[in-house]
Write a protein that binds this ligand. Structure first.
Ligand SMILES: [Zn+2]
Length: 288
């Protein structure tokens, strides 16, 4: 999924390096212990002391470096569970490590590969930056996500729609916007905040997506409307709008444009009961 420029996050730690450091430290601890076990007496027959300091230091380094790697694996497992629930079958989500981010340079925030039989592989890859935003949002109280966090949650939903077998970008995107609230809830948000996040994406990000990600059939009562209770165009969802955290809404031209688009959209909602150019009345679905 393309979401515009994907700047590298220079401060991100490298899980690959930490894994190697952890493994090497563990091996060193084992080797030192083994060497002591094989040579427990010196050449004069005196007992050698156990190299407690060296082994302890090696184990501490192994644990210190291993913890972030374990945390990374647990986070991927959590994302995989959410993606499996959305896709309807068991799939995996992989967060890029720093080295993978460098070697797999591309403009996609995430991707799923399809086989020759037009079926998706059971794996979605999400960029390092997107995963960091996802982790940031998951660790927050979900009340004021910034734009990157909203997009990151949506990227997980979007790739899950590809994993469900939808190859067309605009169809996957429309299916995703209707499930962003569910994704947010599966990741730990309460339903109101999940709806708010989904509505933020629909009103502030979706209108700015590349044309191949948008469809004139995506919206309330249109062909791609799956009539889900927590679709972003329901009155209940719109009641939670706006959402973006103030700290990020004026950083870039794109964000300013998103804010203007959202304000115009909001004015239309208030004055005409209409959501977005050419779209039908979202309040007609109140209570569903
Ligand atoms: Zn896509």
């Amino acid at each position: 999924m393309r979401t515009g420029s994907q700047a590298r996050a220079p401060g991100c730690r490298s899980i690959d390096v930490l894994r190697v450091v952890s493994l090497c430290s563990l091996v060193a601890a084992v080797l030192v212990t083994g060497r002591w076990a094989l040579h427990r007496q010196d050449t004069l027959g005196r007992p050698r002391d156990f190299p407690a300091i060296a082994v302890t230091l090696a184990l501490l380094v192994a644990a210190g470096a291993g913890f972030p790697a374990l945390r990374h694996a647990r986070f991927e497992h959590r994302l995989s569970e959410v993606a499996s629930a959305l896709a309807g079958w068991e799939v995996s989500v992989r967060c890029q490590t720093m080295s993978q981010a460098w070697t797999e340079a591309h403009s996609e925030a995430g991707y799923v590969r399809f086989g020759a039989d037009d079926r998706p592989e059971p794996l979605a890859t999400i960029t390092l930056e997107t995963c960091e935003s996802l982790r940031s949002w998951v660790g927050s109280d979900h009340t004021a996500p910034d734009r990157a966090e909203v997009i990151a949650v949506h990227v997980l939903t979007h790739e899950s729609m590809h994993l469900a077998g939808i190859r067309d970008e605009s169809v996957a995107e429309c299916a995703a916007v209707q499930r962003d609230a569910r994704t947010a809830v599966l990741l730990g948000a309460d339903p109101a905040r999940g709806r708010a996040l989904a509505t933020a994406y629909w009103t502030q990000v979706y209108p700015l997506m590349p044309t191949d990600y948008r469809s004139g059939d995506c919206g309330p009562r249109l062909r791609l409307d799956e009539k889900l209770d927590d679709a972003p165009w329901t009155a209940v969802s719109l009641a939670n709008f706006p959402i973006f955290a103030a700290r990020n809404t004026s950083r870039t031209g794109a964000l300013r444009l998103a804010s203007r688009t959202a304000r115009r959209s909001r004015r239309r909602q208030l004055s005409e009961g209409d959501h977005g150019a050419g779209r039908t009345d979202p309040t007609a679905r109140a209570g569903r």
